[in-house]
Design a protein around this ligand. Structure first.
Ligand SMILES: [Zn+2]
Length: 512
């Protein structure tokens, strides 16, 4: 059973050796498995790859996507020289499933790495981990000669969730964008091997709750006269965070002690002035991250790392909602959480904007292809597409699917500018939105679009069936991080549900 993945990686290693000797055909050419085919670089000219992932960054709070307040001058300047995708979407509304999709090019229901899976009557959760048999982006890049490193911001991005798979350096602690940029520069200066291309995954939770931006950034966006409960919450959280940087459990403490008492109860809405201050804190976090990003780009240039030798991808794993659909945070898959930034810059990429829809499943195949892998060498488990960064012409129409699993299972189905929302585990009726006229999803057109809802059912059912088959075929059922906490009955249930393979459970659990 283990052989599928091992055999693929071995073949890749051998292919990689051949490529390095110049005996393998150049990638690209008459490739029919990808819908687009401008030739990427030859294998011996592989660029560095740098993903800058801004966790919880919704697209429409950035200048490049039309935000009016000055949240993102450095990112916008970078975007001016980049290929910007106007319609990029998260496959899930939370960190673990979106990242697992980014790293494996499969849908959340296939890899199963939800942030949490509630169980039992009291809904006490378990925490799935990526299957050790999954083939990850970092793993493939390492196999073909990249030096791989992840500098991440802790939280759900943990080794015991399987995210470290393929990274030769794994450093994930909740320390904020400035710290993570410093750590990335330290890695480049002290640990990078100059004779190898690098793949650096640089992730920050800077704009994620609990908001702890510096006062100079808050002053730029907040009403100076606001003295409501959220100002005190921010000040208390900020002071605590600065005094206890990097302490385990910091996020939970900042939320529980400072923010939760100042925020409305579930199902309630904030006062307008409180909402404005909360949004100003989010804007301030973006500006703080943007400042760190500007510094990163300057430091990289000083080290000779730029678009001539490095493929940059800037994106996010999901956005943030401010009660547009009754909730705060990112537990639903409406546009405020689904629409994410996505821009690239590097050797062979054009500058401009693209209107066709893409999602995070497209990242792995695209980066592998642009990183010099022959299209025939791409892992068969991937479901995303290879995107051609050499043109602003849109690719073929493509259905985009997103999901959230908790506290309510939601599934979004997007064809062009029309989007359906389904609520599979509840009595809630489906909703339909025409996003071109109604980007805020305010007018549900389900009754007028009953025929379309009916017409997409076979494709939706086929996708659900394929997802179930794919998980089995590619051995992608997740492991369970906290296996030892489960009762014997629950363990058997998890095995029956395919969440864990009894042969392997001992490897996949660490006690918590
Ligand atoms: Zn996230």
């Amino acid at each position: 059973m283990k052989f599928l993945r091992d055999r693929f990686l071995l073949a890749l290693a051998l292919g990689g050796i051949l490529s390095a000797c110049g005996e393998s055909p150049a990638p690209g050419g008459s490739d029919s498995s990808t819908q687009e085919s401008s030739a990427p670089l030859r294998a011996d000219e592989r660029p560095n790859i740098l993903i800058f992932l801004m966790d919880t960054q919704r697209a429409d709070y950035l200048g490049m996507y039309g935000h009016e307040a000055p949240t993102s001058p450095s990112l916008d300047a970078f975007a001016e020289e980049s290929l910007v995708f106007d319609r990029a979407f998260a496959p899930a509304s939370s960190t673990s499933p979106s990242h697992a999709s980014l790293f494996t090019s499969t849908y959340p229901r296939i890899h199963g790495v939800w942030n949490r899976v509630p169980r039992g009557e009291d809904e006490e959760p378990i925490f799935p981990a990526l299957s050790q048999r999954a083939i990850t982006l970092a793993e493939v890049l390492a196999e073909v000669g990249y030096q791989t490193a992840a500098i991440a911001d802790g939280g759900n991005l943990q080794e015991n969730r399987g995210f470290a798979q393929g990274f030769q350096t794994w450093d994930s602690k909740f320390l904020g964008a400035d710290n993570r940029v410093d750590r990335a520069l330290q890695w480049l200066d002290q640990e990078r091997k100059p004779d190898q291309p690098f793949f650096l995954f640089l992730h920050t939770y800077q704009v994620h709750t609990p908001y702890v931006p510096a006062p100079e950034h808050v002053e730029r966006f907040a009403d100076p006269n606001y003295q409501g409960p959220l100002r005190a919450a921010w000040q208390g959280a900020r002071d605590h965070w600065v005094a206890n940087l990097g302490m385990k459990g910091a996020i939970r403490k900042l939320q529980g002690d400072y923010y939760r008492p100042a925020l409305p109860e579930e199902g309630e809405f904030p006062e307008p002035e409180d909402l404005r201050f909360l949004q100003a804190l989010y804007q301030a976090e973006i500006r703080q991250m943007d400042t760190a990003f500007g510094r990163l780009i300057g430091e990289l240039k000083a080290r000779g790392i730029d678009r001539s030798n490095t493929l940059f991808l800037l994106t996010s794993d999901h956005g943030e909602e401010f009660w547009e659909h009754g909730k705060y945070g990112h537990h639903q898959i409406y546009e405020s959480t689904a629409h994410i930034p996505f821009l690239v810059q590097g050797p062979g990429t054009v500058t401009g904007r693209r209107a066709d829809p893409v999602d995070l499943l497209d990242v792995m195949p695209t980066l592998l292809y642009w990183g010099g892998l022959d299209a025939d060498s791409l892992p068969p488990s991937m479901l995303g597409r290879v995107l051609d960064f050499g043109t602003t012409d849109p690719a073929a129409a493509h259905t985009i699917i997103g999901e959230s699993n908790w506290p309510e299972h939601q599934l979004s189905w997007r064809e062009g500018e029309r989007k359906a929302m389904f609520f599979p585990d509840s009595e809630r009726a489906p909703e339909v939105y025409e996003l071109a006229q109604d980007p805020g999803e305010k007018q549900d057109l389900a009754s007028r679009q009953a025929a379309w809802l009916e017409a997409i059912q076979p494709a939706k059912q086929a996708w659900e069936d394929k997802a179930a088959d794919w998980q089995l075929e590619h051995q992608l059922a997740p492991g369970v991080r906290d296996w030892k906490r489960l009762s014997e009955e629950e363990r058997n249930l998890m095995i029956d549900l395919g969440y864990v393979d009894p042969e392997e459970f001992a490897d996949e659990s660490d006690g918590d």
